[in-house]
Design a protein around this ligand. Structure first.
Ligand SMILES: *Cc1c(COP(=O)(O)O)cnc(C)c1O
Length: 378
C-alpha cells in the first residue's frame, strides 16, 4: 500500500461534504473593485477595511524602505534582522493603543501562537471563547495548558467554568477575539475585564478586525469600550485595516520584555520585511490623521445594515456582515450567483463556522453604487 494513498481518500471526503476549498487569483491592486478571472467585480471579500492596501502612500513607503534596506530582513530580530524601522513601528503601535510598549511579529497568527504559549504552560488554564480565531485555539494546544472553551460571548458560562476549574490551576488566561472574524459581533469587553479581575486571570484580546476600525481614533474595541489603559494583552495584525503584513502584541513594558525573551515564534523566525514594516508605519500615520476614512466606512456599514433583509443577517457591530444560508450548497450557489452578477462575496462553510453563510466585509472605499448593486442581488 502506498503510504500517501490516504490523501486522495481524504480529499474525496472533503469534496463530498462540500467542504473543498481552492484559491482564486486576484489580478492587479487591491480595492473596492478587483479583477477576478479577467472580470471586474465589486469586492466584499477583503479585510482591507480602510482601502489602504493599494494606497499610493503605503506603496511609496514600502518602495523607499526596500531601496534603503533591501527586500529581506536576513535574520531574526535578535540576530541580524532588527532595524530601527521595527522599533519605529512598535512605538507607533504603542502610541495608537496607548500602551507602554508593543512587539511586532511576522504575522498575527504567529503573534497569537507565540504569546499564548509563552504566557501559560502545563500547570495553567486557558478559557477561550468558542468562536475564537484558529491562531488562539492552536496557541492553546501548543502551550500545553488545560484549554476549555466557553460558549460564545456567554459570561455566565465563563463564570461557571472558572468556578469549577480556576483553583485547580496556577495561572489562568482568558482569550477572546474583540470583533469575531466570521460573525462580526463584539466581545463583552468590560464584563470580561471584570471577571478576569475577580478570578485573577490574565486577559488576551485579539483586535485583528478591530484595529483601525473601532474606537474614536481607530485604536480598536478596547477604545470603543472605554477600556484604554487597562492592563490587558492586546494582539492584532498589520494585514487587515493596516493594509500590510505582520502581527503585534501591545501591553505593558514588562509583558513585551518577557515576550522578547520567551515567545518562540518571535525569537526563531525572520524579522518582518522592511517593505511591510514601512507600509504599516505609514498606515498608522494615516489612521491617526484621516478619521474621515473610518467615518466613511461606518456610513457604508450603517447603510447596508438598513437595506439588507435582516431576518437572515447575523447581529453585527462591525464591517463584517453575514447572511445565513441553510446548507453549504446553498451558500456556494449564492456566492456563485453573486459572482455572475459582478459581486465577490465568499461562502464560509463548516468546519470554519458551524452554519454556512455569505460573509460580506465592507470597505471605506465602497461607493454607494457598489452597495446598491449588492442590495439588488438579495
Ligand atoms: C486574521 C486574524 C489573525 C491572523 O492574522 P494574520 O496577520 O493574518 O496572520 C488572528 N486573529 C484573528 C481574529 C484574525 O482575524
Amino acid at each position: 500500500m502506498n503510504p500517501y494513498s490516504w490523501l486522495d481518500k481524504s480529499l474525496e471526503t472533503i469534496h463530498r461534504a462540500n467542504w473543498y476549498r481552492s484559491v482564486k487569483a486576484i489580478a492587479r491592486k487591491p480595492g473596492a473593485i478587483v479583477e477576478l478571472s479577467g472580470k471586474p467585480v465589486v469586492n466584499f471579500a477583503s479585510n482591507d477595511y480602510l482601502g489602504l492596501a493599494g494606497d499610493v502612500r503605503l506603496i511609496e513607503a514600502a518602495v523607499a524602505a526596500t531601496e534603503a534596506y533591501g527586500t529581506g530582513s536576513t535574520g531574526s530580530r535578535l540576530t541580524s534582522g532588527h532595524k530601527d524601522l521595527h522599533r519605529d513601528l512598535e512605538k507607533a503601535i504603542a502610541s495608537l493603543k496607548q500602551t507602554e510598549d508593543a512587539l511586532v511579529f511576522s504575522s498575527g497568527y504567529l503573534a497569537n501562537l507565540g504569546t499564548v504559549s509563552a504566557l501559560v504552560g502545563q500547570r495553567d488554564l486557558i478559557l477561550g471563547d468558542l468562536y475564537n480565531h484558529s491562531s488562539l485555539k492552536k496557541g492553546a494546544i501548543l502551550s500545553g495548558a488545560k484549554a476549555i472553551d466557553y460558549r460564545h460571548n456567554d459570561i455566565d458560562d465563563l463564570r461557571q467554568k472558572l468556578i469549577e476549574n480556576r483553583s485547580l490551576y496556577r495561572r489562568c488566561l482568558i482569550t477572546t477575539d474583540s470583533v469575531f472574524s466570521m460573525d462580526g459581533d463584539l466581545c463583552p469587553l468590560p464584563e470580561l475585564i471584570a471577571i478576569a479581575e475577580e478570578f485573577e486571570c490574565m486577559l488576551l484580546v485579539d483586535e485583528a478586525h478591530g484595529t483601525g476600525v473601532m474606537g474614536k481614533t481607530g485604536a480598536g474595541c478596547v477604545e470603543h469600550f472605554n477600556c484604554t489603559g487597562k492592563e490587558l494583552i492586546q494582539i492584532g495584525t498589520l494585514s487587515k485595516a493596516l493594509g500590510s503584513l505582520g502581527g503585534y502584541v501591545a501591553g505593558s513594558a514588562t509583558l513585551i520584555d518577557f515576550l522578547r525573551n520567551r515567545a518562540a515564534s518571535w525569537i526563531y523566525t525572520t524579522a518582518l520585511s522592511p517593505a511591510d514594516t514601512a507600509a504599516a508605519i505609514k498606515a498608522i500615520e494615516i489612521i491617526k490623521q484621516e478619521a474621515s476614512r473610518r467615518e466613511q466606512l461606518w456610513q457604508n456599514i450603517n447603510y447596508l445594515k438598513q437595506q439588507l433583509p435582516n431576518k437572515n443577517l447575523l447581529p453585527s457591530e462591525s464591517p463584517i456582515l453575514c447572511l445565513i444560508l441553510n446548507t453549504p450548497e446553498a451558500a456556494l450557489n449564492k456566492s456563485q450567483q453573486l459572482l455572475e452578477a459582478g459581486i465577490f462575496a465568499p461562502a464560509i462553510r463548516p468546519p470554519t463556522v458551524p452554519t454556512s453563510r455569505i460573509r460580506l466585509s465592507l470597505m471605506a472605499t465602497h461607493k454607494r453604487s457598489h452597495l446598491d448593486s449588492l442590495i439588488a442581488n438579495f
